[in-house]
Write a protein of this length. Structure first.
Length: 282
């Protein structure tokens, strides 16, 4: 079973499956059944709750919460961790979360694809070509925003999937891309599907290709799994949990989301009730 935005049932906020032992569910109303109660443990007095709300406009709001203990547990030395797979999974989720936030915050709603005629299999070359293309284009369009993810075709050739804002000057984009790569082409279109929020569709689409870069195991991609306009401002609102709600943080946060967005969509809550994430979309 899949959610409306394409995530499989049990997927977390970045669109990937929840880790074993995690719990994900949909909240249908004001707080709903997903508002799990935090046990009032004595060690809660030694830390604080961090609640971050992000309002992207258009009814798209997400909120994350966690308990931050006063004492931070020690970390394993580099290369000595016994949970490397879990760390890599968290890296995927962090990258997809960042990608989602950039697309939603920048109001990106169209998909630009840059392709080569030649079989360009060198990722460093493809990355350098994208950089030159962006610099040329922004010299003419200073406010041009983008978030880009590379995909390698079966024949080994790289091309770029790029989230952009609004309708584009196709002739200008094609001219600038060809000025960089010689023979190549572009395509611009809104995400496919009727009744689909375009920003969310792009989050799903580019997130799929971002996940592939992790699966490839190519270390050359590690520092550059996606590219984006520098300085995209992410909404950020730190919420203070009232003292009387510190024993029911999940319920308090979901009620807040319902009030701000008019509803609650997808919800993930840690089984221990110490962290969670929710959004207004399904």
């Amino acid at each position: 079973m899949r959610h409306e935005d394409g995530r499989p049932s049990g997927a977390d906020q970045g669109g990937q499956a929840a880790l074993p032992g995690q719990h994900a569910q949909r909240a249908g109303g004001r707080g709903g059944a997903a508002a799990l109660r935090l046990d009032k443990r004595t060690y809660l007095d030694g830390g604080r709750h961090s609640v971050i709300l992000r309002d992207y406009g258009g009814g798209l709001i997400e909120v994350g919460w966690s308990f931050v203990p006063a004492l931070t547990p020690s970390k394993a030395g580099r290369g000595k961790s016994t949970a490397r797979d879990a760390h890599e999974d968290r890296a995927v989720r962090r990258a997809r979360s960042r990608l989602r936030r950039l697309i939603l915050a920048a109001q990106l709603d169209h998909l630009l694809t840059l392709t080569y005629r030649e079989n360009v299999t060198d990722y460093k070359q493809a990355s350098a070509d994208l950089g030159r293309f962006v610099r040329r284009l922004r010299s003419k369009l200073p406010g041009w925003l983008y978030v880009a993810v590379a995909e390698q075709q079966a024949r080994g050739a790289w091309h770029w999937h790029i989230a952009v804002k609004g309708r584009q000057d196709v002739n200008l984009l094609r001219a600038e891309w060809r000025a960089v790569v010689g023979e190549g082409n572009i395509d611009v279109e809104p995400p496919k599907g009727r009744g689909v929020n375009r920003r969310l569709a792009l989050v799903k689409y580019l997130g799929k290709y971002l996940a592939k870069t992790f699966e490839s195991g190519d270390r050359a991609l590690n520092a550059h799994r996606y590219r984006a306009t520098r300085g995209i401002k992410l909404p950020f609102e730190s919420i203070i949990v009232p003292p009387e709600s510190r024993g029911e943080v999940s319920r308090y946060v979901l009620d807040l989301l319902h009030q701000r967005a008019g509803g609650v969509g997808y919800v993930w809550v840690d089984p221990k009730g110490m962290a969670g994430w929710a959004c207004s979309w399904g």
